[in-house]
Design a protein around this ligand. Structure first.
Ligand code: PMP
Ligand code: GLN
Length: 385
């Protein structure tokens, strides 16, 4: 095996393997019920699979256009207009990308210069800070309150300095399962008014908001839409996390810079998948019914663990349910997550890893994008602990 004997000054010295990989691997090793990494254990619609093979068999197997195939960009722009009331120009303001992680990275690479500050709300999805740091930026953290994970807007206001280039928001939120209200978005609009600060709005769970509430996309708010990259992922919406395909909406000025990086970062997203998604998007019910689908799963899981000593925190969106374990153990969540996997056969995600400094609260995140059988088995284990 070749061996590099030079010196490496890592650009990401504190980064190891992601918690999702670690916990999913541990779950597999121990044959545990895996409610850790967020992915469905059921398949996507057979129609969607058939569409993918249809376009492969039709020979659409060469590079698609850099910004994405026009039919898919049109479908995405139409959906954004119908749901959020904002028009995005198909030619210049919609780009199809290989997943939301990629989109967030590329938007940061396009906008953030060394020394720039990027405000992140903690707990923050794990890819944000490394994407900022590898591009020379400095993450500036504002902590959501506990246990309701509300946004302390005054603290956000105070975190802004002349170096602030960007704020990354995520609603519905992973890992907290909270969602921003319209009032939150109006607050953000007010806080950013008169600045050049750009927003990345990670809205990958846009179609998974519960209890009759509407998703509050930044696209609905003119003062935010004009400064935002709106990021979404087909992986969450259509149960195809492995397809790694998503999209970005942004005003032309921002998208021009995004595409300059995009064309040299990957150039294009997978072609035949894009044609398949465009055709599948004609069936609006598939995304309009998704919230009800996952709300049933959330409620099924909550009912099944009702007798356990874990205390559910409110899950308002996403496919995650956080459980407080004050009544179970005083271990650190990272230790408990490992022990539950090894000794009890159930894997979860310790929420403290999404903070720079582990907080005092004791919370584990459980993914309920699973069959009822898996959820029942998981709940049975939790009820015995
Ligand atoms: N953002 C959040 C908040 C997520 O939960 C995920 C994936 N689970 C992503 C981004 C990444 O999405 P993709 O797989 O499309 O890269
Ligand atoms: N976003 C998924 C989660 O929160 C995991 C994605 C990944 O493994 N990178 O569980």
């Amino acid at each position: 095996m070749p061996h590099y004997s030079g010196t490496i000054q890592s650009k990401l010295p504190r980064v190891g393997t992601t918690i999702f990989t670690v916990m999913s691997r541990l779950a597999a090793e121990h044959g545990a019920i895996n409610l850790s990494q967020g992915f469905p254990d059921f398949d996507c619609a057979p129609e969607l699979r058939a569409l993918f093979t249809k376009y492969i068999n039709a020979g659409l197997n060469q590079y698609p256009p850099m910004a994405g195939v026009p039919v898919l960009r049109e479908a995405v722009a139409e959906k954004a207009h119908a749901l959020y009331g904002t028009e995005y120009d198909v030619e210049h303001e919609v780009t199809i990308v290989p997943g939301a992680t990629y989109a967030i990275y590329t938007a940061i690479a396009a906008m953030v210069r060394p020394g720039d500050e990027v405000i992140l709300l903690e707990p923050a999805y794990d890819s944000y800070a490394p994407s900022v740091e590898v591009n020379g930026g400095t993450p500036v953290y504002v902590q959501l309150t506990y246990p309701d994970y509300a946004i302390p807007w005054e603290a956000v206001r105070q975190a802004i300095t002349p170096r602030t280039r960007m704020i990354v928001i995520n609603t519905p939120n992973n890992p907290t399962a909270s969602v921003f209200s319209a009032e939150d978005l109006r607050m953000l609009e007010g806080v950013l008014e008169g600045t050049d600060i750009v927003v990345i709005a990670d809205e990958v769970y846009e179609h998974i908001v519960f209890d009759g509430h509407a998703h509050q996309s930044v696209a609905r708010f003119p003062g935010l839409a004009e400064r935002s990259f709106v990021v979404s992922s087909f992986g969450k919406t259509y149960h195809v996390t492995g397809w790694k395909t998503g999209y970005v909406l942004a005003p032309r000025e921002l998208m021009t810079e995004f595409r300059k990086v995009h064309q040299f970062n990957v150039f294009v997203a997978n072609g035949p998948i894009q044609y398949a998604l465009a055709e599948y998007m004609k069936d609006k019910d598939a995304y309009l019914n998704l919230a009800a689908f996952y709300q049933r799963k959330r409620d099924f899981f909550l009912a099944a663990i009702a007798g356990s000593r874990f205390t559910p925190l409110r899950s308002r969106g996403t496919f995650f349910q956080n459980l407080n374990y004050d009544r179970v153990s005083d271990e650190r969540d990272t230790d408990l997550a490992v022990r539950l996997t090894r000794e009890h056969g159930i894997a979860s995600i310790p929420v403290s890893v999404f903070y720079r400094e582990p907080p005092q609260h004791r919370v584990l995140r459980f993914c309920f994008a699973k069959s009822e059988e898996t959820l029942s088995k998981g709940a049975e284990i939790l009820s015995r602990i």
